[in-house]
Design a protein around this ligand. Structure first.
Ligand code: ZN
Length: 326
């Protein structure tokens, strides 16, 4: 009788042996907020516009936030996810309702899943009211989170955003997770800036880049330069495969690649890579359902990356490293 290999069973079996799945990046406070009625928002607007349009689901009560977050955590637990790192909006719209609900859920589910909370700065950290809520959130979260593109677009102050994140994290003794290089364009150089800033602030080993998709849009010589900087700065990376595979068609000429974090090259250069589901069924990613196997499969196929041992590490122990719970 011949043996038919099933890579899904093989890899998931190894993931169980290594402590279970780790979903290192999500936004569980906005999970399940899309409906057929609001699907047009996804079709009509690009991400930068949605940073404000999504306000529509952020006026929710603390109880509603608790329900969304609980449902997302149960979805994770059902798949054998044992730890999750989630950004939670803390800003002038939501104020502290989402983070309070998340802290409650973290405690309620502590026997089933380890929850690490990270502050999301959809409104930036420059505008005074946004800064006020960033500072309040920084005390409540486990990890300082950021989105430099917001302040770069509004004020040309992306670099200042990095400075505020890193100085706050250093002062509070916390790690930093930053959304960088999301747009799959060679004009993006945020991963490089994050590595430079990490060294400038002496935060080696405590900083994590989320996405770094645009790295793959640069020529090989630039990519190699950045990989070296990431090594020196001990910056780790979280790839969220479905999140950017919908990068819109454009007419820029750039090296051919799929719109994914270049995991094959990062791993080859000794950089720690983890995986996240990113948004689940919301305005940003309506069809994403938080299925970790789908995410890992897309990461592997889209990067022609079939190193089984490394894929298991990406789905398990590396996730714990980037969340500071190794
Ligand atoms: Zn995100």
């Amino acid at each position: 009788m011949s043996i038919h290999w099933n890579f899904k069973d093989l890899i998931i079996g190894e993931i169980k042996k290594n402590g279970g799945w780790v979903n290192a990046h999500a936004h569980i406070d906005r999970a399940f907020t899309i409906s057929p009625d609001s699907l047009d928002i996804y079709k009509k607007y690009m991400l930068e516009e949605k940073w404000d349009i999504v306000d529509a689901v952020k006026h929710a009560s603390e109880d509603e936030y608790y329900r969304r977050i609980s449902k997302a955590l149960e979805l994770m637990i059902d798949q054998g996810v044992t730890a999750v790192g989630s950004f939670i909006d803390v800003d002038p719209i939501v104020e502290d309702r989402a983070i309070k609900a998340a802290l409650k859920a973290k405690e309620s589910y502590q026997d089933q899943i380890e929850v690490v909370l990270i502050g999301q700065t959809l409104k930036g950290v420059i505008e005074p009211a946004a800064r006020k809520w960033f500072d309040i959130g920084a005390e409540m979260v486990d990890i300082i989170g950021g989105l430099p593109k917001r302040d770069e677009r509004d004020y040309g102050k992306g670099e200042e955003h990095f400075n505020i994140l890193l100085s706050t994290a250093k002062k509070l003794g916390k790690m930093v997770h930053v959304h960088v290089d999301q747009f799959n364009l060679h004009s993006d150089k945020e991963t490089e800036m994050l590595a430079d800033k990490t060294i400038e602030y002496g935060m080696q080993g405590k900083v994590v880049a989320i996405h770094s998709v645009s790295l793959a849009a640069h020529p090989k010589a630039y990519r190699k330069k950045v990989y070296k900087k990431l090594q020196q700065a001990k910056v780790m990376i979280i790839g969220c495969p479905t999140a950017w595979i919908d990068a819109p068609r454009h007419e820029e000429s750039q090296p051919f690649h799929n719109a994914l974090t270049p995991v094959d090259e990062l791993v080859k250069h000794g950089i720690t890579v983890a995986i996240g589901s990113d948004n689940i069924a919301d305005y940003m990613l309506p069809f994403t359902d938080g299925d970790m196997w789908s995410e890992l499969k897309l990461m592997a196929i889209g990067n022609r990356f079939m190193d089984l041992d490394e894929l298991v590490k990406i789905a398990t122990v590396n996730g714990r490293k980037v969340l500071g719970i190794a």
